[in-house]
Design a binder for this molecule. Structure first.
Ligand SMILES: Nc1ncnc2c1ncn2[C@@H]1O[C@H](COP(=O)(O)OP(=O)(O)OP(=O)(O)O)[C@@H](O)[C@H]1O
Ligand SMILES: [Mg+2]
Length: 252
C-alpha cells in the first residue's frame, strides 16, 4: 500500500514586505505518498520553492497543519524540528549551496557532525556515496574547483548522507547542461527505485517525467495533478507527450 508520508491541512504562507501582505500559499491541502516520486510544477512565482520549504519543515507556516509520518510538525519546537530534519529529510536547494571554505568531503559530512554516529560507519557511507556519484577523486577539492554537475552531485551526497526518508530537491537540474542534468536525474531515479520518497520541483519536462505524480501549482493553489504510467508500460517520449498535454491545458 502506498502510505501517506506527508499531509498538509489548509496550509497558508504569507510574507509581509513593506507592510504589504503577500499570500503565497493559500489553504493548501495535500497528501504526499511514500512510494511516489512526486514532482511539483508551475510558473515562476507560483510558490513551488515556498511549498517545498513548508513540506520539509525548513520554513514555518502562517496557518494550517503539516504532518510528517503522522506527526504534527507545526507544533514542534525548533530544536526538535532540527533533529527531525537531520534524521528524516534531505534537501537539495535551488542553486547549489555548498559551503565554499569546506572541501567536498567536509561539505558532505557536515550534516553528520552533531550526530552520535560511529566514525567508521560514516566513513564507509561517504566513501560509497562518493564512489556512486563519481566524486572520489574530487573529495579533497573545494566547491569552486568543481564543475556545476559535480557540485550538484556533491549537494545530493550531502542530502543523502543521513539516509533520509524523503529527499526534497528544488530545480536540481536548473543550473546544469543536459548531460550533467541526465546524470543527476539518473541518481534520483535510483533513489526512488531503492524505496526512498522523492519530492522535486522542476520546470523541465525531461526531469518531470522521471516522476510518477505531477502536481501543478498556480498562484499558491493546486491546479490539477497527473499520474504517469509505470516506466515498464510507457516510453519517456510517451510520458513527455502526456505531461505536455496536461501542462498545455493549464496554459503553462
Ligand atoms: N522570503 C520571502 N520574502 C518575501 N516574499 C517571498 C519570500 N520568498 C518568496 N517570496 C515570494 O513568494 C512568491 C513565490 O515564491 P517562490 O520562490 O515560492 O516561487 P517559485 O514558484 O519557486 O518560483 P521560481 O520558479 O522562480 O523558482 C514570489 O512572489 C516571491 O516573491
Ligand atoms: Mg523556486
Amino acid at each position: 500500500m502506498n502510505s501517506v508520508i506527508i499531509k498538509t491541512n489548509l496550509v497558508c504562507k504569507s510574507y509581509v514586505t513593506d507592510g504589504e501582505v503577500n499570500n503565497v500559499i493559500k489553504n493548501l491541502s495535500l497528501e504526499i505518498y511514500k512510494d511516489d516520486f512526486t514532482v511539483i510544477m508551475g510558473s515562476s512565482g507560483s510558490g513551488k520553492s515556498t511549498l517545498l520549504y513548508l513540506l520539509s519543515g525548513m520554513d514555518s507556516i502562517t496557518s494550517g497543519e503539516v504532518f510528517l509520518n503522522y506527526k504534527n510538525i507545526t507544533k514542534c519546537k525548533e530544536n526538535e524540528m532540527a533533529a527531525t530534519r537531520k534524521d528524516k529529510i534531505g534537501f537539495v536547494f535551488q542553486g547549489i549551496n555548498l559551503i565554499p571554505d569546506l572541501t567536498i568531503r567536509e561539505n558532505i559530512l557536515s550534516p553528520t557532525y552533531k550526530k552520535k554516529m560511529n566514525k567508521l560507519i560514516i566513513d564507509k557511507k561517504i566513501d560509497n556515496l562518493l564512489d556512486q556519484m563519481d566524486l572520489s577523486e574530487h573529495q579533497k577539492k573545494f566547491p569552486s574547483q568543481l564543475s556545476g554537475g559535480q557540485r550538484q552531485r556533491a549537494a545530493i551526497c550531502r542530502a543523502l548522507i543521513n539516509e533520509p526518508d524523503i529527499l526534497f530537491a528544488d530545480e536540481p537540474t536548473g543550473a546544469l547542461n543536459s548531460q550533467a542534468g541526465e546524470s543527476v536525474l539518473d541518481i534520483f531515479t535510483k533513489i526512488h527505485e531503492k524505496g526512498q520518497s522523492v519530492v522535486m520541483v522542476t520546470h523541465d519536462l525531461k526531469a518531470a517525467v522521471r516522476g510518477n505524480r505531477i502536481i501543478f501549482l498556480r498562484d499558491g493553489r493546486i491546479d490539477g495533478e497527473l499520474r504517469l504510467n509505470d516506466y515498464e508500460n510507457s516510453t519517456a517520449k510517451k510520458r513527455e507527450a502526456v505531461l505536455y498535454d496536461f501542462l498545455m491545458e493549464r496554459g503553462w
